[in-house]
Design a protein around this ligand. Structure first.
Ligand code: NDP
Length: 328
């Protein structure tokens, strides 16, 4: 038997959650069974657990798009009992039972071996949010961004993607400007490496199709008017990596930044990213991410508090990253 957070659907389509004790026979099909050590709460987990968006595709569902732990048994020759593995995405926690449980059964092709630089807890402090931050940084540099080109903006700065993006970019020598709605987090953001803090209200309202050139590049976790304004303020030849929708999934922008300034909009997806892209991101995280900064952005909770924190993250009230100790 193992403990899991279980989501079920009510008749009115709302979602209820409970901690249940399950038999391992109930686990979905897969070729690798994992003893989960840690999971985490990402924004998408918040949406799933609160039922605020139709993230879960079938019920009952164990949420948790991320997990780290050790292999109990494997029919996949890539893994053997005792291997430490990490999983991000692949629809786990949406259509296949996820990480907010003491056990999971998964496809071996979804797993990667955890880099030796990280413990399972640190892997979940990074989680999908941190791995996506690295995908954004890598996308920007593939598009030609270098620290000498000028300031780089990070929106949703005090959230998970934003916090890790700031630490990574500052470490690579960029001058990072952090956009946040929480002025009280200025010291936290500066501690991660932000050189300047701006109020997110500067970006969140409907703006002009083109504005003063301010950013050589940006990591945007927010979408909507914010992303439109960021594009309108991006310098000639700059690039913006778009990965999120904390403000909204719309993009009320014009083509002018693209056709008059050659600005590039780079889409970033972590969920279905092929294995070599994941491994490259995790390898880069292992060599670059300052683990003391990672510690400073991480809080730990037991499984029983996951649902409360899920509500908090949807309301934009979580700072940095939250790891879930599923065995506490
Ligand atoms: P968090 O909730 O940790 O961070 C989001 C941050 O956005 C908040 O902390 C807040 O930062 C800011 N924010 C919240 N609401 C608003 C609003 N209404 N207007 C403007 N800013 C707002 O989430 P994550 O970092 O885990 O994820 C960020 C986004 O990226 C989410 O939309 C998520 O779904 C997406 N994502 C996408 C991935 C992909 O594969 N493409 C992978 C991972 C995440 P502050 O208080 O500093 O303003």
């Amino acid at each position: 038997m193992f403990k899991a957070l279980v989501l079920e659907q009510n008749e009115d389509k709302s979602v209820r959650h409970s901690i249940q004790s399950l038999d391992e026979i109930a686990l979905p099909d897969g070729d690798v069974r994992v003893a989960v050590a840690y999971s985490t709460i990402n924004y998408k987990d918040g949406l799933a657990i609160t039922g605020s968006a139709p993230v879960v595709r079938k019920f009952p569902m164990v949420p948790g798009i991320d997990l780290a732990g050790s292999v109990i048994e494997s029919a996949d020759p890539q893994f053997k009992a005792g291997d430490t593995v990490v999983l991000n995405g692949w629809g786990v926690g949406e259509g296949h039972w996820g990480g907010l449980a003491q056990q999971a059964r998964l496809k071996g092709d979804w797993l990667i071996k955890l880099p030796a630089a990280f413990s399972p807890r640190q892997a979940m402090a990074i989680g999908t949010a941190g791995y996506t931050a690295m995908l954004c940084v890598q996308a920007l540099e593939r598009a030609g961004l270098t620290p000498d080109r000028g300031d780089i903006l990070v929106t949703g700065a005090a959230g998970g993607v934003g916090s890790v993006a700031i630490a990574l970019l500052a470490n690579r020598g960029y001058r990072v400007v952090a956009s946040t709605g929480r002025a009280s987090e200025a010291d936290y953001l500066k501690g991660l490496g932000a050189a300047e803090i701006i109020d997110r209200n500067e970006l969140s309202e409907k703006g002009r199709p083109l504005g003063k050139e301010r950013w050589a590049g940006a990591v945007d976790a927010v979408g909507s008017h914010t992303l439109a304004n960021v594009l309108a303020q991006t310098c000639y030849g700059g690039a913006v990596a778009a990965c999120g929708l904390a403000q909204g999934g719309d993009l009320p922008a014009s083509v002018y930044p693209f056709i008059l300034r050659g600005v590039s909009l780079l889409g970033v997806d972590s969920v279905m990213a092929p294995r070599q892209i994941r491994e490259a991101a995790w390898t880069a995280l292992a060599s670059e991410l300052d683990t003391s900064k990672l510690d400073s952005m991480t809080a730990e909770i037991p499984l029983g508090e996951a649902a409360v924190v899920a509500g908090n993250i949807v309301r934009g009230q979580v700072r940095g990253r939250v790891v879930v100790n599923v065995n506490r």
